[in-house]
Design a protein around this ligand. Structure first.
Ligand code: PXL
Length: 276
């Protein structure tokens, strides 16, 4: 069985980061080891009064113990990271496990805005982690902040997205996938670029005109899960996009659904079919 270690926070309530990654990776039939970077009472979109306990000081002792036990990983999957220090610690960790595929979701923002607590300098720091990654999966907001270009919400061309993907790989990442790409009004999906072959690929589905917190985490978890189950990156983005689409559809279908995350749990039964 493949083993992923996922490095991100525990937002106790909020359906993002580790509370999404752990169940989804497990449901893909892949071992999910975790390296929690912080414990928050909720994710930061709750805005007022959430608690944070930083666990940065645990990262090096935990990984040192793993090394002493001879533990290795097929992939390191990083998500939301909260500080410059954490990014440096994760870069060091990645260097300690050179056999692992480094899959980075630079979870920092959405809809043209950075999440609470982040600024341009943080986006540039996150670009350093992306530069050493095998695969990165930013959305349009995150890509724009990392490249220091204006965020364009809609009306862009395929060539525009290709140019961004090339520029993301020019920073150092081997492969880049952009999520939330909408080239036509009723469609959304993901476009990828493999800088080692020069190949572009994409996958689109119907667009549900809503935006939910945590969908990037659902997509990234399913994508890395599918990769570990032997799918190519092109196939994995289709699996992840279908799984994310269904999670959003099921959320919308529930009359009194919560506002803070999607019903990915109810989409889990479709995973075996997606992996066929
Ligand atoms: O990836 C989303 C996310 C994860 N973790 C925390 C967050 C957010 C988004 O706001 O605040 C703590």
């Amino acid at each position: 069985m493949k083993r992923i270690v996922t490095v991100q926070d525990i937002s106790c309530v909020g359906k993002c980061s580790l509370t999404v990654a752990l169940p989804i990776i497990s449901a893909f039939g892949v071992e999910a080891a975790i390296l929690p970077t912080a414990v928050l009472s909720t994710h930061t979109a709750f805005k007022k009064g959430f608690t944070v306990h930083d666990l940065s000081g645990e990262i090096t002792p935990i990984t040192a113990h793993w090394k002493s036990e001879g533990i290795d990983f097929d992939a390191i999957y990083t998500g939301y990271l909260a500080s410059f220090d954490q990014i440096d610690l994760v870069k060091k960790m990645a260097a300690d496990f050179p056999n692992a595929l480094l899959f980075v979701d630079p979870a920092m923002g959405d809809n043209g805005k950075l999440y609470y607590g982040f600024d341009e300098a943080f986006a540039h720091k996150m670009a350093e982690l992306c530069a050493i990654a095998d695969i990165i999966v930013p959305n349009m907001t995150e890509a724009s902040y990392m490249l220091d270009i204006p965020y364009v919400a809609e009306g862009y061309s395929e060539e525009y997205v290709k140019d961004i993907l090339r520029r993301l790989c020019d920073m150092g990442a081997k492969k880049a996938v952009m999520t939330g790409v909408s080239l036509r009004e009723n469609e959304t999906g993901a476009m990828g670029y493999d800088s080692t072959t020069g190949e572009f690929f994409s996958y689109y589905h119907d667009r549900i005109p809503v935006s939910y917190h945590g969908t990037g985490d659902v997509f990234a978890s399913a994508c890395v899960g599918a990769l570990m189950r032997g799918k190519s990156l092109h196939e994995a983005i289709a699996v992840a996009a279908d799984f994310t689409y269904e999670s959003i559809r099921l959320t919308e279908a529930e009359e009194n659904h919560n506002w803070y995350g999607v019903n990915f749990e109810q989409a889990v039964p479709m995973i075996p079919e997606l992996l066929k």
